[in-house]
Ligand binder design. Structure first.
Ligand code: NAD
Ligand code: MG
Length: 393
């Protein structure tokens, strides 16, 4: 029987993972080691009662008493806090879903890799902030990182049996987000509610807003570079409003291999769960005749400044990815809290990167997780200052 753990079990990725684990046999097919959540006790308890993990961990320590009470008598251990989540990742499992949102997913993913096995990586922030370290750690422990971001899963699938040396270009697609068709001058006044509506995908609120700003695609360009070891100029983004063709790999003979599927994360999660096999997945089948046509366009740089920032970050290299992600997380918090406007997010991140570029440390290769976490803290501090010093609304 395979053992599994799900980090971020109550989120959008976590719930889809839970759904697939049940679809594929639940407790009869899997032994669940750990389930973790941020602060949603009732969903964590609901899942734990069905999958019966060794341990259920909640990040928010004020929720521990409720979690403990709700699982009393089940034999399931309970714990709380970031350290407890990292410790849960220290329990060996054959397959681990890294589905926590943000830099908080970095340490548990690292910890899980040290036990070999497979890390299904939805948490793109891990590769953006610490890509070289993460890849080296996986190689050291003969662990497997299986990409779960839909575009990266698509590339991974298109590359089966191929030689990376024959790859000319990787194209990842973007829906264009909630504001694809808005007049540019209206963007600055976009509300949190408006930015939280995705045209095609049902996802967590943070990644949905990041899709509207294309910070999500900016992270994904860097993720592509880190995971597939390809040069920045070989990575292309195309706006594809239908979200059906997730990525394309172009080869040196002029051929292109793409991956199509309905916009449902259970495709990518299911591929990672069953890799290298394919099994039946409860996802919608695409009917291309009724879709009729698929459209593609170059992203407008004025609408999506985050894409330019990602290129700058890759040119700087080193710890710039960690700074970029941390500044983005703080800017996003600021937008959600109503402290800064939608268009100010990119301006705040750019300001933080400008301030850091004066310091020699930014382009230094991340030699340890501590270096990454230090840069993460420093960029968060600067972003807080940048937001506080000016009216960005
Ligand atoms: P979400 O907000 O729906 O869920 C996040 C999960 O992490 C929840 O279980 C939450 O409780 C937990 N969490 C939040 N903060 C935490 C913290 N500080 N410590 C511990 N746990 C914490 O997010 P999501 O949309 O499921 O995204 C998860 C990750 O997957 C992100 O990195 C996202 O970029 C990536 N991703 C998501 C999708 C998608 O369709 N949702 C697609 C591609 C990639
Ligand atoms: Mg994606």
């Amino acid at each position: 029987m395979r053992s599994v753990s799900v980090f971020g079990a109550t989120g959008s990725i976590g719930e889809s993972t839970f759904d697939l684990l049940l679809h594929q046999g639940g407790q009869d097919a899997y032994r669940t080691v750990a389930l973790t959540a941020g602060r949603n006790v009732s969903r964590l308890v609901g899942q734990a009662r069905i999958l019966n993990p060794e341990i259920a961990v909640i990040a928010d320590e004020t929720c521990l008493a409720d979690l403990r009470d709700a699982l009393a008598g089940t034999g399931i251990e309970t714990a709380a806090g970031a350290t407890a989540i990292a410790e849960a990742a220290d329990r060996q499992a054959d397959w681990v879903m890294s589905g926590i949102v943000g830099a908080a997913g970095l340490v548990p993913g690292f910890q899980a890799l040290r036990h070999g096995g497979a890390l299904a990586l939805a948490n793109k922030e891990s590769l953006v902030t610490a890509g070289p370290l993460l890849m080296a750690e996986a190689a050291r422990h003969q662990a497997r990182i299986l990409p779960v971001d839909s575009e990266h899963s698509a590339v991974f699938q298109a590359l089966v049996g191929e030689d990376m040396a024959a790859v000319e270009r990787i194209t990842i697609t973007a829906s264009g987000g909630a504001f694809r068709d808005w007049p540019l001058e209206r963007l600055a006044r976009a509300t949190v509610e408006e930015a939280s509506m995705h045209p095609n995908w049902a996802m967590g609120q943070r990644i949905t807003i990041d899709s509207a700003s294309m910070f999500n695609k900016a992270l994904e360009i860097i993720e592509t570079r880190e995971f597939f070891g390809i040069e920045p100029e070989q990575i292309e983004v195309l706006v594809h409003p239908e979200s059906m063709l997730h990525a394309l790999v172009s080869f040196r003979d002029g051929g292109m291999i793409g991956h199509l599927g309905a916009p449902d994360m259970r495709h990518a999660i299911g591929y990672a769960l069953n890799w290298p096999d394919r099994t039946h997945l409860p996802v919608a089948r695409l009917d291309l005749a009724s879709v009729g046509q698929l459209t593609f366009a170059e992203p407008d740089p004025a609408r999506y400044p985050a894409l330019r920032l990602a290129r700058d970050v890759m040119a700087t290299g080193g710890l710039a990815g960690a700074a970029f992600n941390a500044a983005k997380e703080v800017a996003l918090d600021g937008f959600i809290a109503g402290n800064i406007g939608f268009s100010a997010m990119a301006a705040v991140v750019e300001e933080v990167l400008d301030q850091l570029s004066g310091q020699s440390g930014l382009g230094k290769p991340p030699l340890s997780l501590d270096m990454v976490l230090d840069m993460d803290r420093e960029a968060r501090r600067l972003a807080g200052n940048v937001i506080a010093t000016k009216d960005w609304t």
